[in-house]
Write a protein that binds this ligand. Structure first.
Ligand code: SF4
Length: 414
């Protein structure tokens, strides 16, 4: 085994893991495992620790390097694990020199290499040419976040927002578009792209430039966006550009305005509803996903009901439910907490609602022709991101058109 990857969390972590694997292999590492952790919930951290213990038990000869947001925020916790050899910060992991120095006994002297992520000003883009076992490529355009939502630990793992320069992104995408039919733009707070660059260009400008300068790019998708930070150019692209996928994953978090205020979010409930309605009027096939937290501190039954109703009013197809998890050091962790039992019960009710709206949106895909990106396991994804199961799977990575007539409650039949 050359270099093995364990990736937790977001699409940005997926992109970074592939780039680290490339750097570690070029540096000549063997019998190395890179664990790229996530800190969004206590559960994500627990799973990473469990996976590290299992990995060492099953592969005692493996050298384990832990990185990612959980390692950036609490390096000592991972360094204290006997299974762990090195702990690397989120900025250090992006540098090829880090992986080279881990092979040099003269340089590889510190068990922990984690610097102050808040001091980082430049975005060191992680670029990978190859995405193991995947038919879409992930391109990081932005890192870190300047917002401070009261429940969120991410800025402490990723630092402040910093953008990858437009030219670098366009070059990367024109290379990847040779091999990948679909590219997903990722980041922590993607809509803040450009704010730190000369002239403060907007995300919409970046996307228009990509689509103009990479005509061979077939499909462009956004990982997730903040619903109130869509600029005019981005709105143009969403409603009118066929190569921009009609699927937006919105960071909604809650459906009650007082809770949104206590979360320090920048939108009100009605903003989310209006946005979904406007986009649906302009591009009727558009589909929405959303992140919503269940059981945020001080949330009562009426407030929670407004989150449930929001899923209905925005007709969210892909609902990601996060049972509130107090993160040490965040303001929300100091607020009056909702009981764990209630958090779990509300999360289950939200998931039920999400399953309902998913089924409704899935059924709506039938009777139409879809362009489908074929994946490796005889399935595929439509432009609207619905999964398709093929009876006779075409080649992985191919884009095929299919009139969809049937669905089984989860998959469309292709
Ligand atoms: S916008 Fe808020 S939730 Fe998103 S990463 Fe930044 S602080 Fe966290």
């Amino acid at each position: 085994m050359a270099v093995d990857l364990l990736t937790f969390g977001c699409r940005l972590n997926i992109a970074e893991s592939e780039a680290m694997k490339k750097a570690a292999e070029s540096a000549g590492h063997r019998h190395l495992a890179i664990v790229n952790t996530c800190a969004v919930t206590g559960e994500a951290v627990r799973q990473a620790r469990q996976a590290i213990r299992r990995l060492k038990r099953e592969h005692p000869e493996t050298r384990i390097v832990v990185t990612g947001c959980a390692a950036q925020i609490d390096p000592n916790m991972f360094a204290a694990m006997p299974e762990v050899d090195r702990v690397i910060g989120n900025e250090e992991k992006a540098q090829a020199t880090t992986w080279a120095s881990l092979r040099d006994p003269h340089l590889d002297t510190e068990r922990i290499r984690v610097n102050d992520i808040m001091a980082v000003r430049e975005s060191a883009p992680h670029f990978a040419e190859h995405f193991e076992g995947r038919t879409r490529a992930f391109v990081q355009v932005q890192n870190g976040c300047d917002h401070r939502c009261t429940f969120c630990i991410i800025p402490f793992g990723r630092g402040n927002s910093r953008s990858v320069p437009m030219g670098v992104v366009v070059t990367q995408i024109s290379e990847l578009a040779q091999d990948y039919a679909e590219i997903v733009l990722t980041g922590v707070d993607v809509t803040s792209w450009g704010a730190d660059l000369p002239g403060a260009p907007k995300l919409g400008t970046l996307i228009k430039t990509i689509l103009k300068h990479v005509p061979e790019l077939k499909r462009l998708r956004l990982s997730s966006i903040d619903s109130v930070e869509i600029d005019a150019d981005l709105m143009d692209v969403i409603v009118a550009e066929p190569r921009f996928m009609p699927h937006l994953h919105l960071s909604l978090q809650a459906g009650d305005d007082l809770i949104l205020k206590r979360m320090k979010r920048r939108h009100a409930r009605q903003d989310a509803i209006d946005l979904c309605q406007t986009l649906r009027n302009e591009r009727p096939d558009i589909v929405f996903g959303a992140d919503i937290i269940a059981g945020f501190p001080t949330e009562d039954e009426d407030m929670f009901r407004r989150s449930l109703d929001l899923v209905e009013e925005c007709d969210i197809a892909f609902l990601h439910v996060f049972p509130y998890s107090p993160r040490p050091g965040t303001p929300a962790a100091k607020m009056p907490q909702v009981s764990r039992t209630l958090v779990k019960e509300r999360a289950a009710r939200l998931r039920d609602k999400g399953a309902e709206t998913y089924a409704r949106n899935l059924a709506r895909q039938c009777g139409r022709t879809h362009s489908i990106l074929v994946e490796r396991d005889s399935t595929g994804r439509t432009e609207t991101f619905f999964p398709v199961k093929f009876s006779e799977p075409p080649d992985a990575g191919a884009l095929v058109k299919r009139m969809i007539t049937m669905q089984d409650g989860h998959f469309l039949a292709g």
